[in-house]
Structure formats: C-alpha cells, structure tokens
Design a protein around this ligand. Structure first.
Ligand code: OFO
Length: 171
C-alpha cells in the first residue's frame, strides 16, 4: 500500500476513534441529565463512529498496510447544555470532513484510485452527518430554554436515525 495513503488513513482512524469516544461521553452526560432519547441517539452515533474506524482498520490491513490502533485523548465529562452538545458535535464533524477531504487529496496525488473509491463512502457519510447536525441545531435554537420544547425534542431524538443503513455493523 502507498505509504502516504497508509499514513493519512491511519490518521483518519484516530479521528473516527476520537469521535466515537467523544459521542460516548456526550451520551453518558445526556443520560445522567435525564435526556434519555438524546442519550440513545448519541450511544448509536458513538457505535457508528466505531464502525467507521473498524472499516478503515480492515481496509488498510486487507491492502497490505498496517493499521495502528491509537491511544485516545480523554473527552470532556460535562457539556453544560443540549445546545453545547450539538454545536460541538457539528464543529467536530466539520473537522472530520476536512480530514476526509485531505485523504481524497492524497489519494489523487498518489494516483491511488482504489482508496479514492473506498473513501467516497466517507464523503457521502459526512454530508449526511453534517446535514443532520445542522437540522438538530436549528431545532434547538428555536426551542431555546423552553423546558417543554426540550422535553419533546428529547422524545423525538429517541427515534432519530443517524445513517440507518450503517448502524448495526453492515460493511
Ligand atoms: Fe462522522 O465521522 Fe465518521 O466519518
């Protein structure tokens, strides 16, 4: 496997693992605050990011590279409010999109069209995740501090899907 491509894919493993860790911490905070619907959504989101990481690990190894399982930085424990959670989730996803775009760039520079093809799945995934995070943020901005609104929001989040076709470990 092309060494530069292997390097950026391994960097992407760190990003996906950090996302999974961060969303897990958010889920745990939401659960302790009584936002059970949001907690369920975030636990699922965390699993989804782990799946993204796993997909990269397997791809690198199958192509003759070496996947490196990284140490992960400790995420924050407290998030203050629902709006804080989802604004940092959106911010985080935007940085992940930038790093996926960087992988695309390197694939093209190195003429690695197989990996370029593989990484397109992540390109569409990021598009969906960013759009979903923006929709959630719009809702939360409308709700503001209204407790009844937040209650209904949380109830709706229980059934909100991230990307249903991938949750559950399909490869
Ligand atoms: Fe949403 O980060 Fe994975 O790709």
């Amino acid at each position: 496997m092309n060494k530069r491509v292997e390097e950026v894919l391994n960097e992407q493993i760190i990003k996906e693992a950090s996302s999974s860790h961060l969303y897990l911490s958010m889920a745990s905070w939401a659960e302790n605050e009584g936002y059970n619907g949001t907690a369920k959504f975030l636990y699922k989101h965390s699993d989804e990011e782990r799946f993204h990481m796993l997909k990269l690990v397997k791809f690198i190894n199958e192509r003759g590279g070496i996947a490196k399982i990284p140490a992960i930085e400790k995420p924050p424990i407290s998030f203050d409010s629902m709006i804080k959670i989802f604004s940092s989730l959106l911010e985080h996803e935007i940085t992940v999109t930038e790093s996926i775009n960087n992988v695309v760039d390197v694939c093209l520079q190195e003429k690695d069209y197989t990996t370029h093809n593989f990484i397109q799945w992540y390109v569409s995934e990021q598009l969906e995740e960013e759009a979903l995070a923006r929709t959630i943020m719009d809702k939360l901005k409308l709700i503001g501090n209204d407790k009844g609104g937040l209650y209904l929001f949380d109830r709706d989040m229980e059934n909100a899907a991230i990307t249903p076709e991938t949750v559950g470990g399909e490869e």
